[in-house]
Ligand binder design. Structure first.
Ligand code: ADP
Ligand code: MG
Length: 675
């Protein structure tokens, strides 16, 4: 539990042991009945009083108690927001969307009217919107244009425990905005910080000792099981566990399996469906839940399965706290999460699958005890759990800051005095400022001010390395291509490779492959997609993901609009892809790697070292690998480094070593020394 500091203890006396299932098709009355049973609803009057009384407050309550869906509605019902609107931030895009849809249904209104959402590249709001769910990143973007966030009279910072960089920075922005607005007594701002679990003391201190309100929901005991030994393959272990439990538990017990990402979820889903055909026990309905899933598919998770059918939900850690799924009786916890980390000193960014914290483990297990006693099966030994850290480290301590620094500077704040709960490591700040300087986005590292280029970079809602690519593109005559490529890279995987048709998909993919590497291959796919008349059918035939490609088109359109606003010349380099690759080096010079050792023939010899000095191999799925040329390229540029025991470069292209020397001499020198 959390350490109680003082304060108003709001206690609910009711039970919450109703199964809230079937959404969407539920009648308005049903939805209202479900609402009234939520712990938040039972103390609604007291909550409203507290909200009226305090400028700032922290609200803590079990996942599923109704904080995210109900509090904004309660506020709006009382018209506490006055002439302004209510912003509710979410660290995750999927959560912002699904929750907004749910709230719109509960309020019996159309999404985009009174209730709306705004996530990157998708704004479903109108001037009438009063309750707006948005990702923390989007609210930060709004702060560039309006640092006082004057549109909102109430800002709810939800899932505060997640401690994403954007949330942490947003805390500071909101704190400064509130001070300025409330000091002047003009358009005062109320701030509500919400979370299931968190380190209350540091938050409370940060928000001038504001009151903390605890909501006591009802939860049921969850029995925890661990495996006796370490599992080498957690996906395999998860599938086995599903079927062991499937044979022994009643059909109305739904399962929730925690995995790390889309591909993994798709693989496990396929395996479960295959085995289910022959397994004994009730029929199984498998529902995936991850960030890239279309909203309609996400809602499947909340739809009741036909009687006698078991639902098995395969989710990323989004189901850990940000969304609540009813009726889960068994949680199967692989104990891992995909996380981005970065070392400021070496500049090496990595995406890796790592063990989650104890707090995450308890949250995950808790999902099984929402409506009745349940069980959690951890696919790792108890002593491993005990050895894990209590909480995960805030992102700001382990991630690149260039993007946030750029935003802070664009919002007119001074990064050196900006209030943060946990300051990032000094070398990380230094490295990020150095990078921004190398991009030409700031004039000095000691007293940074945005340059004209930096201002332009901050207008793109994408990572600075990609906005640098776009802004460099006119010089290389390749903005057409750069836009398409950045758009595709902003979307989830465009290749759809069902495991049972791997060979066939591989054959079909050949026609898109470019000997230059994955970037041009992706561009080929995107170009072909744009030309295809019957896109859905065409994607199916070509083993491509229609939804992700459509999303990329949308993203491209929005990026193009920004380029046009900036009067950039949109021209094409045609087949002269060297131009595009050179342009990529302008933004991704930190993502280059050099061949070390012989490099002739066989996979084993192809060892690379990145600019940051990390030993890395080309990912087996790379086009460069698939074409299996006689020699490994002497230098590569990659979009992402994935660590799964070993470091793999994802989405890689061959580049000329002298491009790097020309465009990023400092990095080239560093790379040479690291070799
Ligand atoms: P909290 O923020 O306190 O974790 P929420 O407000 O997210 O709680 O959820 C309250 C309840 O609303 C949950 O118990 C869940 O059953 C229900 N709920 C939330 N979102 C949805 C949805 N998209 N579909 C169906 N039910 C939902
Ligand atoms: Mg919530």
């Amino acid at each position: 539990g959390v350490s109680v500091t003082n304060n108003n203890k709001v206690v609910t006396n009711g039970h919450n042991n109703v199964s809230e299932t079937k959404i969407v098709q539920e009648s308005v009355q049903d939805l209202q009945v479900a609402r009234r049973r939520l712990p938040v609803f039972m103390v609604k009057n007291r909550l409203i009083d507290e909200i009226k009384k305090n400028d700032t407050m922290i609200l803590i309550g079990e996942t599923g108690s109704g904080k995210t869906t109900q509090i904004p509605q309660l506020i709006h019902e009382q018209r506490l927001e006055g002439a302004g609107a209510i912003a509710v931030t979410q660290p995750r895009r999927v959560a912002a969307i699904t929750i907004a849809l749910r709230v719109a249904a509960e309020m019996n209104t159309e999404i985009g009217s009174i209730v709306g959402y705004s996530v990157r590249f998708e704004d479903v709001t109108s001037p009438r919107t009063k309750v707006k769910y948005l990702t923390d990143g989007m609210l930060l973007r709004e702060a560039i244009v309006d640092p006082l966030l004057k549109k909102y009279s109430i800002i709810v910072l939800d899932e505060a425990h997640e401690r994403t960089i954007s949330t942490d920075v947003l805390f500071g922005i909101v704190k400064l905005a509130q001070k300025e607005r409330n000091d002047k007594k003009q358009n005062p701002l109320k701030v509500i910080i919400m979370s299931a679990t968190m380190d209350v003391d540091s938050f409370r201190k940060y928000f001038h000792n504001c009151p903390v309100i605890y909501l006591e929901g009802r939860t049921f005991p969850v029995t925890i099981y661990h495996t006796k030994t370490k599992q080498d393959d957690y996906q395999y272990a998860a599938v086995c566990t599903v079927f062991q439990l499937h044979a022994t538990t009643p059909a109305n017990h739904d399962f929730l399996v925690f995995l790390t990402g889309q591909e993994e979820i798709e693989t496990v889903m396929y395996n479960i469906k295959q085995i289910a055909k022959e397994a004994t026990g009730p029929p199984i309905r498998v529902c995936p839940l991850y960030a890239g899933l279309p909203p309609a598919k996400q809602l499947q998770v909340w739809r009741e399965a036909p009687p006698g059918t078991r639902k098995v939900i395969l989710s990323t850690n989004i189901a850990e706290a940000s969304v609540t799924i009813p009726n889960i009786k068994c949680v199967i916890d692989t104990g891992v999460v995909k996380e981005r980390t970065w070392s400021g000193s070496s500049g090496a960014e990595r995406l890796w699958v790592r063990a989650c914290s104890q707090a995450a483990g308890w949250q995950r297990a808790g999902r099984a005890g929402r409506t009745a006693p349940g069980a959690a099966y951890r696919l790792f030994p108890a002593k491993d759990f005990a050895a894990r850290p209590q909480h995960h480290t805030p992102e700001i301590v382990r991630c690149p800051l260039a993007s946030s620094l750029l935003l802070l500077l664009a919002a007119g704040t001074d990064p050196s005095t900006f209030p943060l709960i946990d300051p990032p490591p000094l070398d990380s700040v230094k490295a990020s400022l150095q990078l921004l300087k190398e991009f030409g986005a700031i004039d000095s590292e000691t007293n940074p001010k945005l340059t004209a280029l930096g201002k332009k970079m901050s207008m793109f809602p994408i990572d600075p390395k990609y906005s640098k690519v776009l802004l460099s593109a006119p010089e290389y005559n390749c903005l057409e291509e750069a836009l398409s490529l950045v758009a595709v890279l902003s979307s989830e995987n465009v290749f759809h490779t069902p495991i049972h048709k791997r060979e066939e998909a591989f054959k079909v993919k050949q026609k898109f492959l470019s000997p230059l590497g994955d970037h041009i291959t992706l561009l080929n796919v995107f170009k072909a997609f744009c030309k295809a008349p019957l896109k859905k059918q065409w994607c199916k035939e070509n083993f491509l993901n229609h939804k992700n490609l459509t999303y990329a088109c949308d993203v491209r359109h929005q990026l193009l609009t920004i380029c046009e606003k900036l009067n950039m010349t949109v021209s094409s380099c045609g087949q002269a892809y060297d131009q595009l690759l050179k342009c990529l080096v302008c933004g991704l010079f930190m993502n280059c790697a050099w061949l070390v050792g012989g490099g002739g023939g066989g996979g084993g010899a192809r060892r690379y070292v990145t600019v940051a000095g990390v030993a890395a191999a080309l990912h087996p799925a790379s086009a460069l690998q698939a074409l299996g040329g006689p020699r490994a390229p002497p230098a590569l540029l990659y979009s992402e480094l994935l660590h799964t025991g070993r470091a793999y470069m994802l989405t890689a292209s061959a580049v000329q070593p002298h491009w790097l020397t020309q465009q990023a001499p400092a990095q080239a020198r560093r790379a040479r020394n690291n070799r």
